[in-house]
Design a protein around this ligand. Structure first.
Ligand code: NAG
Ligand code: NAG
Ligand code: NAG
Ligand code: NAG
Ligand code: NAG
Length: 532
């Protein structure tokens, strides 16, 4: 089809449309809310008009007829209709339900050509009373089928559902929506807590109006689930009397109630916390047992057990004490018993140390079979020192010490110092003897007691009279024993103790003498031969 032909066709069609009257009214239907005013508008009309006639429903009297001089309104519409003289539009005031229907317009021009048209008017009832009604007051997750009905008043209603601000749409499985003229039904089978965690609202609307229902909240009960025990792990033994306790928690609506079990037997207590105090009060904890809690939900009737923890209670070690002998101990003669005791608690291990090193058993060191005491017999000087017993059980460690003093000695005395000096030389003699308690010292010169009572005997300047014997006596006041040692000192004239010629010098002199002697003998022999 060429361009000219298509243009011609368009012109022809519009001309026909003009004369058939489809063009002078807007396309319907026109909607109006009941009681409101509405204007049925015209278009493509050109005043002046010779006769304008608006008719409601075919075959009845015209609603209004307007001529140049006069506008005639049907009695039933008196005061309710107006026709615009320049546009021929019809205004209908205070619409009633029975105003719905098709209105026809006919316009006769002064040249007696006629235009006609039809339009449908719909008087809509206002949207009101939008409300959601549930089939259940409260629902159980996974169990309940929730049916929410949104009802409303109004005409040509369309419904929509919102959860918060998100539209609820049918998923073809659990969630279905069925719309009817004055209601919409939202059905959720096996409801989940998240399905309707609203608020849920329903909106009813038509082209002119919309109204939202009041917010609706449905309680969906769920759980218990994620039933946990804190702590999730416990040591094998827990110190009795400590602040330890077990706490159970669960995700649940309404909140779960808790019961407690030891080895599947119920414990008479409730609440989410099981304290050690209660465990002890009921005489439990003597042997390792498994503790669990069960969370139950009154509404869902479900009961879920937590994972278990297993432990036993153990008394801590209190009042460790190491008791040793109280009297005076003498090496080689005394016996010592060391006993390690506690006021309370179960002792699992005992270890003994002396001065930080393990104490080994021997013929002299004998432990009792339970290691609670040790007997040292006979005591030796090496037994001086600190004995410690360390006690432990899985919940406590404790230790106690005893310092042991073993008296011994004095052992044989040694005296160190000069044995020979020159006149005026200083002399220091030192006496020593191992002893516990430390020995007291006295000195004798040539067998006669002196005033010196210290370990050292000091002579500032030796004189000839200092020559003689020096006897040190060491005395232990506890063992009452004495040991002695005698030292001899000789005092010589000045220079007497100077060093003589060295070995090298002596050797040199001897060689020189031999060489000289040999030379002399040789000379004599030579001279004898020469002299007749
Ligand atoms: C007729 O309609 C026109 C256009 O809508 C408007 O301007 C005019 O005021 C109306 N006349 C009367 C008498 O209502
Ligand atoms: C939930 O459904 C199960 C199985 O259909 C049923 O046994 C149970 O009693 C229901 N629970 C409640 C609380 O209705
Ligand atoms: C040991 O003790 C006895 C009696 O108390 C005593 O007779 C003896 O001398 C003592 N021995 C030693 C080495 O102290
Ligand atoms: C030490 O203990 C042993 C064995 O228990 C006992 O025979 C001995 O008399 C005790 N000795 C002392 C000094 O307490
Ligand atoms: C001490 O004894 C020595 C030898 O026994 C003797 O030479 C010396 O003169 C004596 N000294 C005194 C002061 O008696």
């Amino acid at each position: 089809m060429d361009l000219f032909a298509s243009k011609s066709l368009f012109f022809l069609l519009s001309f026909l449309g003009c004369c058939a009257g489809v063009d002078i009214l807007e396309e319907g239907p026109v909607d109006v809310v009941l009681g409101k005013d509405v204007t049925l508008k015209t278009r493509n009309v050109n005043p002046p008009f010779f006769v304008v006639t608006w008719t409601f429903a075919t075959g009845s009297e015209p609603v209004v007829t307007m001529t140049k001089d006069q506008t005639k309104v049907d009695d039933t519409y008196a005061g309710r209709v107006e026709v615009n003289s320049t546009t021929a539009s019809l205004t209908l005031k205070g619409t009633k339900p029975e105003d719905s229907g098709v209105y026809s317009l006919s316009i006769v021009s002064p040249d007696l050509t006629t235009q006609a048209g039809e339009i449908e008017l719909r008087v809509l009832e206002p949207v009101s009373a939008v409300a959601i009604t549930p089939n259940l007051a409260e629902a159980i997750e996974h169990n309940s089928t929730v049916v929410l009905t949104c009802s409303a008043k109004g005409s040509f209603l369309k419904f929509s559902w919102l959860k918060g601000t998100t539209p609820i749409v049918a998923d073809g499985k659990r969630i279905t929506i069925k719309d009817e003229e004055l209601s919409s039904t939202l059905t959720v089978t096996d409801v989940l807590r998240t399905d309707l965690d609203g608020p849920v609202t329903c909106t009813a609307k038509n082209k002119l109006e919309e109204e939202k229902s009041p917010a609706f909240n449905l309680v969906v009960h769920y759980g218990p689930e994620k039933v946990t025990m804190t702590p999730a792990k416990t040591p094998e033994f827990i110190q009795s009397g400590s602040s330890f306790n077990l706490t159970c928690a669960a995700v649940s609506s309404p909140a779960a109630t808790f019961t407690w079990y030891h080895n599947q037997k119920e414990i008479k207590t409730t609440g989410p916390v099981l304290t050690l105090k209660e465990i002890q009060a009921q005489g439990l904890g003597k042997t390792p047992e498994e503790y669990t809690c069960r969370a139950s939900n009154d509404k869902t009737k479900r009961v879920i057990a937590s994972p278990g923890v297993t432990f036993a209670l153990m008394d801590p070690i209190i009042g460790a004490k190491l008791t040793g002998p109280t009297g005076t101990l003498i090496a080689g003669n005394s016996t010592a018993n060391l006993t390690c005791t506690v006021t309370s608690g179960t002792v699992k291990t005992r270890t003994w140390t002396k001065d930080g090193k393990p104490l080994a058993a021997s013929s002299r060191v004998v432990f009792s079979s339970d290691l609670s005491s040790v007997m040292l017999s006979p005591l030796q000087k090496e037994d001086n020192g600190e004995f410690t017993c360390a006690l432990s059980n899985p919940v406590t460690q404790s230790k106690a010490s005893h310092k042991m003093v073993v008296n011994y000695g004095p052992e044989p005395v040694t005296v160190s110092g000069e044995t020979a000096v020159e006149v005026n030389d200083p002399v220091t003699l030192t006496c020593a003897a191992a002893s516990m308690p430390p020995a007291t010292y006295t000195w004798k010169f040539n067998g006669t007691l002196t005033q010196v009572k210290t370990a050292q005997y000091v002579i500032e300047k030796a004189v000839y009279k200092s020559t003689g014997t020096y006897t040190c006596e060491a005395f232990n006041s506890v063992t009452k024993k004495t040991t002695t040692h005698t030292h001899t000192l000789s005092v010589k004239e000045e220079g007497a103790l100077d060093d003589g010629l060295s070995d090298g010098a002596i050797a040199g002199i001897v060689i020189a003498v031999i060489v000289a002697l040999a030379a002399a003998i040789g000379l004599i022999m030579y001279c004898r031969q020469k002299v007749p």
